[in-house]
Design a protein around this ligand. Sequence first.
Ligand code: ADP
Ligand code: ZN
Length: 727
Amino acid sequence: MIYLQVAVPKTLFNLYTYKSDFPVPTGCRVNISFGRTSIIGVVMGTSESPPLDCPLEKLKPISGVIDEKPYWNDQTLELIKFIARYQHAGIGAIIDLAQPVALRKGAPATPRPVTAYRLADLSFTPANKQQQDLITALRNQPLTPQEIRGLNLSQSALTTLLRKGAAERIDLSTAERDIYADLTFTGKLTLNPEQQKALEAIRGSLDQFQVFLLEGVTGSGKTEVYMQAIEEVLRRRKQALVMIPEIGLTPQNIARFHHRFNVPMAAMHSALTDRERLDSYLGCRDGRIGILIGTRSSVFTPFTDLGIIIVDEEHDPSYKQQDTCRYNARDLAVYKGKLAGCPVILGSATPSLESLQNAASGRYRHLHLSSRACVNAGAVETEIIDLKGLELNSGICAHLLEEMKEELSKGNQVLVFLNRRGYASQVICSSCGHVLQCCNCDSYLTFHKYNGTLNCHHCEAVTPMPQTCPACGAQTLVIQGNGTEQVEEYLQQALPGYPTIRFDRDTMNSPGKLRDALEGVLNNHYRILIGTQILAKGHHFPNVTLIALLNIDGALFSNDFRATERLAQLYTQVAGRTGREEKSGRVVLQTYAPANIVLQTIVTDGYGIFAENCMAERRYLDLPPFSHQILLRIEGTDRERVHSSSHEIYQRLQKARESFPDVEISPPYQALMEKKQGKYHMLIMIQALNRTSLRKVLPAIDSFLEDRKNSGGTSCYIDVDPTEILQ
Ligand code: ADP
Ligand code: ZN
């Protein structure tokens, strides 16, 4: 009898033992019955001796085996175990995150057939030039129909070769194919001295683990450095993983990489179908893909022989998963690089303070690109408008409107940034003062005019806009606060004749829409761009000469110590969207706090000086990156129980702390939005200068978590290295 330790999705800490008459390798999926349901687990270990802590007659046999051979390689298993340890989570909680949905549902871990053509009769004499060209191309390796089209080879020549038996059809997914045969690199640029220096440094560590922080302003040529480093990696017949923060950026990046490299590439992000994601996953695992470009979850993709990992815009908050197991894909990428023994490049114009500190302490090597790569890049200047005493229309002052008008009349584009979607952020009764609130959350409802609804941006609840006040019945509801929808409406009417395009979650709900919109911006059809975060990331808008930030004051007065860092990153990133190519750009900030010292530093001295000041402050206050944090989130539908559980957890931690006095534990505090999605949320912050002692207090609450796991009452989630500390 063989005993299997099986990771079961959604369970807390344990692996569960099942028996089997025959060996099943580690890393294979098995069907098991768990409680009253039958589910899919993954074998994480096997042994021939029975477990000591469980009576043999209670052990259940597995009900079936899905994989004959492990579909995870050792590095992937190691990575999964690492996160489980690091996040103090169960492997069961992670296996669901770490594999494509199709595999979770039990799909076979085998690739779909891929049609390709290869040469069958080497002695065939071509009848014309087209046939000759096709034969030359096929002599190197089999080609798919898309590749044949891409190389401008003749379709009719192919038909003829097939008919005459000179070529044959094969299934590429199972065929031997050398993806590195015949590499070509199209459109390489000559690097400037700084780029050259960065590339040399990376090239010097291609066969070992080393993390580089590549800091360079937007447009300084980081991507060119990535691509030339990847070229070296491909020459060594190894694969590359390129991580980007936003799905919307994949088409752009893929197009750019496709243009440069002729290896098979794949994408990995949430807008793909289950099957497409599985194909990318298996293609990398089986060595049929040379470059994978993907968002956060691509860090879990197994590779045959990974040679480099790039994390672009490494500071971006979207690398941190914000529910279930709250891993940080950037940090995991570093560990993945360590397992693979390959370099990891973290690139950003505005590096996170964590990465800057790792560079300062010598753990990462710091590389700089200090100027824009294209010689004739324009300059950027900033204007701060003091809003005090000014009248605003949909959040825009008259002066800003004039400036926009002027740029538009010159044929340029303008971009308006506002991080709030919808039409109006509050609906108030002017008779009784009642503000319309979500019934699931402690939040105000946002009015969306295009469909006449009230929306909660925290639980996605949608209801029709009422005619009368639900509290007093008067027909006196008024709206307050503006969102992107209202700004667009106002600008359409104040600046007629200039087509607008809005980038937010309501309008850009598919990659196709985003692609079309970006195309419309690049060909100058749209003249006014209005949008949220989406606009701050990575896109190139050569014709935008004016960027307006409407409302940034919230970040200046937030209780979250990371708020100013995020504002500095946002401002610098947004400002980087302008002043590209030969046009010079202008950034206009509207604020009620023009003299704010942080704002002044960001605008006048730049991100580097801001980061230095911010770092000094964090050091003085013992905040991350100079200390380490773990945030416990206690949540449940019964407010009393959430509070009492929080206090019990706090007591246990306090007790454990007696042995580790350097650990600080905050008494439980309410989340900024205590009620969210129908649940109440309390937080406990655990902090220490030393990561090791920090982790040592956690086992004190394990038994508590285990006891409650099926109670249906409160649950407690552990967030190691939290990035949101008020929610
Ligand atoms: P980043 O990734 O830092 O934003 P990119 O690599 O996208 O910068 O480069 C910005 C622009 O400068 C691109 O249009 C790119 O083609 C150009 N560029 C990059 N490196 C060079 C170079 N060495 N010589 C000329 N142009 C360059
Ligand atoms: Zn809600």
